[in-house]
Design a protein around this ligand. Structure first.
Ligand code: TXA
Ligand code: MG
Length: 321
């Protein structure tokens, strides 16, 4: 690995003003940030990640008032959700302002906006004086980074800087809520759960992940192979008589028996917050040549568990080898 371009908050702000891309910590996952108004900076983000330009970026702000710099015709519902859950792991999809380049939104008339709670992210946004477009700071389709070292392993020689803000406390990407239609739609489950959004806005619906080839993705992770480690990961039902490779690692959840001994545990007490914070770090840890398969125990599919199930289903191979 090339020596990582570790960077201070002040240098990061200057690099961002200069149109460079810099990895920054947030409470969900590390983001690869660039000036959201600058198409050259946006192009550098897509290039560094090898991300197709039909997958739009999330714009990060550091003040609710800054929403007006990037979005327009903002409904009251957006302010109610913002008051309740910003700063925090929730992204709102709203009609975009013209100053946001098409490259940022993959040509969509809407923009995804988030006000992160991580103090270092807020400082960088404020010091740069810019809204920052930032996808997760990993190569396209790979596991998202929850430490600065995860970023360094994948992107060191491709980006201008990495700011180390410690391990991410939430551990999975933000919940994405579209406020474009009559009924608010959860496009990606996250730590702000559907129930939490319902509490503020009343009824919500869950988005359908279907996209047509060649069209911009309006719900994330529509690529079936999103979030995948290099070592095949399997998340699904298994029977006791199944033949598994001898070098199978098991990510356990709670105090459960599995077909192989547990290698690591997401949370011995079955705590979903702890499990979410650890999931990507454990996926990175087991993504090593000494393993042929990673098995993950079933996790309850409600509340915060919905975010884990969403990511694990996409990370999983469809059938056991
Ligand atoms: O927690 C997070 O959201 C992290 C941190 C860095 O903030 N960022 C993140 O970005 O997860 P990314 O690029 O991995 O996910 C962005 C997703 C895309 O998959 C895209 O489909 C969706 O947000 N998105 C962006 N703009 C959208 C829009 N206008 N309408 C619908 N979905 C949009
Ligand atoms: Mg991502």
């Amino acid at each position: 690995m090339p020596y990582p371009p570790w960077t201070s908050v002040d240098d990061a702000a200057r690099l961002l003003q200069d149109g460079q891309v810099v990895a920054i910590p947030t409470e969900t996952v590390y983001g690869l940030a660039g000036n959201a108004y600058n198409p050259d900076a946006l192009a550098k983000i897509f290039a560094a990640k090898e991300r197709p330009t039909f997958d739009p970026l999330i714009v990060h702000i550091a003040d609710i008032a800054q929403l007006q710099d990037v979005a327009q015709d903002i409904p009251d519902a957006a302010y109610r959700l913002a008051e309740a859950y910003w700063p925090g792991p929730m992204t709102l999809v709203l009609p975009k302002k013209d100053c946001i380049p098409d490259l940022c939104t993959s040509g969509l008339p809407s923009v995804a906006v988030r006000f992160p709670s991580h103090p270092v992210a807020q400082e960088i946004i404020k010091k740069s004086g810019l809204p920052l477009a930032a996808p997760s700071a990993n190569l396209f389709k790979h596991v998202s980074p929850t430490t600065a070292m995860h970023v360094a392993e994948q992107l060191s020689d491709r980006i201008a800087g990495i700011v180390d803000g410690g391990p991410c406390q939430v551990g999975v990407e933000s919940a994405i809520v579209s406020l474009l239609g009559e009924i608010p739609t959860i496009l990606r489950p996250g730590a702000i759960t559907a129930e939490m959004v319902e509490k503020v806005l009343g009824k919500v619906k869950l988005g359908i992940s279907s996209s047509k080839p060649g069209q911009p993705m309006t719900a994330p992770g529509q690529c079936d192979t999103h979030y995948r480690p290099q070592v095949p990961l399997y998340y699904g039902p298994i029977t006791k008589d199944i033949q598994l490779p001898p070098r199978t690692a098991r990510i356990a959840f709670g105090n459960t028996e599995g077909v192989v001994p547990e290698t690591v545990n997401l949370s011995k007490t079955g705590d979903l917050v702890e499990a979410t914070a650890k999931l990507y770090a454990l996926m990175h840890e087991l993504d090593k040549p000494e393993y042929d398969l990673i098995l993950v125990d079933p996790i309850p599919d409600s509340g915060l568990g919905m975010a884990l199930n969403d990511r694990l289903k996409r990370a999983s191979i469809k059938h056991l080898p």
